[in-house]
Design a protein around this ligand. Structure first.
Ligand code: ZN
Length: 187
């Protein structure tokens, strides 16, 4: 084990003996990519709507794959599957019946394009598409309308959700965003 002091590149490396540590029976699964969930705040305040904040950020930061005139498309930070997209109007409206005809039309158009792009880039076999209207119906962010587009593969269900309440997501969000954004047709 190395002791403290500069290494060959001049970097100061601390020896582990410098730190208090008590070995235990647990193995560590290091998941630094999950810091995005913690640092960026996974539980927004009611007055800090993430779907209103996202369009002001860069596409990469907000995981946006396409922007329309009345609505935009971004990756869900809590995906059911790789490529789980959300289509949101820019306006802060809660339910589908509050959307204007122009918003309804563009949400539909963006949903169709998203299906084609996901089919092309991820070779999915099907989709679950829908909106949870109201918190009682399962909407995580009930205050701002959003349509889910969840790509499905023939063998994407496994025993993880049943035994552990856990979904295995094989790809990182940034990589999926890049693929979908690059596959999106230019307007
Ligand atoms: Zn909002």
């Amino acid at each position: 084990m190395r002791g403290p002091g500069p290494d060959a590149d001049g970097l100061v490396v601390d020896g582990s003996s410098e730190y208090a540590a008590v070995p235990d029976a647990f193995q560590r699964l290091w998941t630094p990519h999950r810091m995005a969930y913690i640092q960026d705040g996974q539980q927004p305040h009611a007055d800090d709507c993430p779907f209103c904040v996202a369009p002001a950020m860069t596409d990469e930061k907000a995981l946006i794959v396409a922007r329309g005139e009345h609505a935009y498309v971004l990756l869900n930070l809590f995906p059911y599957n790789s490529g789980h997209l959300l289509v949101c109007p820019y306006r802060h409206v809660a339910t589908y019946d509050q959307a204007t005809p122009a918003e309804v039309a563009e949400i539909g158009e963006l949903t169709q394009i998203a299906m084609r792009v996901l089919t092309a880039v991820s070779r999915c076999d099907g989709f679950n598409i829908g909106m949870n209207q109201g918190r009682i119906a399962g909407a995580g962010i009930a205050e701002h309308l959003h349509q889910h587009i969840v790509p499905r593969w023939a063998l994407d269900s496994n025993f993880f959700p049943i035994i552990a309440g856990t979904k295995a997501i094989p790809r990182l969000l940034g990589d999926v965003r890049d693929d979908v954004a690059n596959g999106w047709p230019s307007r």
